[in-house]
Design a protein around this ligand. Structure first.
Ligand code: SF4
Length: 297
């Protein structure tokens, strides 16, 4: 990455932070809480030199990626080669509706590193902070075309720091496979980064507390599609209190992304009859993105 490209990426990153109300970077490995601008200035040389030093190496992407991936928050199983793949083509219509131009891979990784440290340091929701074991930032390639957007971490997610890893996560995996998608091709995240005690339903103020985090993630990824799994995801992304039943079956919009609504896998485990409705929704998504639907001509 050339120094002028890094400057452009830095400016985009700062613009994201300003819009999200983020003004300071948590200390982490830094000696003090610097302002967001200071953090970028301090890290400009380090990241630029890391890129420069590995630019001619066969495994340069892996080295650069590894240097930027935070210790907890990004998926340790994320294949860097895949995350570093070229951005998927985006239509002009979609491109025009996001607030900012798409970031390149290095800027996305840097943005997520900082944001994930903000999440780990966040103590806005007292009820959850005192009980959480780990925050659950999200997992998957920052260049994903599709974001799977869920509710909040459960017990397994809280223990492991990964989204959708319990029984509901296993069902999600099966749905993705049946739909011709792989878990590591999509970005998976939740409305909340912390587990509500006893898996209670998140309240509106908690969703609003976490909004700067998930909105910045979405703006950074700029996916073409967002799948809202369940009513809490609908409240977070579409800011709607309509039922899943009324919203499913058609595409909605969030900035530059088309949004599909369907039932949460945990609901499907309790109500197996609804699985056929979610399968209809997934077939709608498959037709939209050009994946052959099983049984179709
Ligand atoms: S749920 Fe979000 S806003 Fe609330 S404490 Fe956790 S990270 Fe902070």
């Amino acid at each position: 990455m050339q120094r002028n490209q890094w400057k452009t990426a830095s400016e985009q990153l700062l613009a994201h932070w300003r819009r999200s109300g983020i003004t300071h970077v948590p200390s982490g490995k830094l000696e003090a809480n610097p302002s967001a601008t200071e953090w970028l200035e301090r890290n400009e040389n380090r990241i630029f030199e890391e890129n420069e030093g590995t630019a001619n190496s066969d495994n340069s992407t892996a080295i650069v990626g590894a240097a930027l991936v935070p210790t907890q928050s990004l998926s340790p199983s994320l294949p860097i080669e895949q995350a570093a793949r070229p951005l998927a083509p985006v239509s002009n219509l979609v491109q025009g509706r996001w607030n900012t131009s798409p970031m390149d891979f290095v800027a996305r990784q840097a943005a997520f590193q900082v944001l994930s440290e903000q999440v780990i340091a966040c103590r806005k929701c007292e009820d959850m902070v005192c009980r959480r074991q780990r925050t659950v930032f999200g997992a998957g390639p920052t260049t994903a075309r599709i974001v799977m957007f869920g509710e909040a971490p459960g017990a397994d997610e809280d223990r492991l720091g990964e989204p959708f890893v319990g029984a509901a996560g296993q069902l999600l995996d099966k749905i993705l496979i049946a739909s011709g998608l792989k878990r590591d091709e999509v970005y998976i995240m939740n409305s909340l980064k912390c587990r509500p005690p006893n898996n209670r339903t998140p309240v509106e103020s908690e969703i609003d507390n976490c909004r700067p985090f998930f909105e910045t993630q979405l703006e950074t990824i700029q996916p073409e599609y967002i799948v809202c799994w369940g009513s809490i995801a609908v409240r977070a992304v579409l800011k709607s209190t309509e039922s899943v039943g009324r919203l499913r079956g058609k595409f909605h919009s969030y900035r530059g992304a088309k949004v599909m609504v369907t039932y949460h896998p945990a609901y499907l485990l309790r109500n197996p009859d609804a699985k056929k409705l979610t399968w209809e929704d997934m077939k709608m998504l498959m037709r939209e993105i050009g994946i052959k639907v099983p049984g179709s001509a």
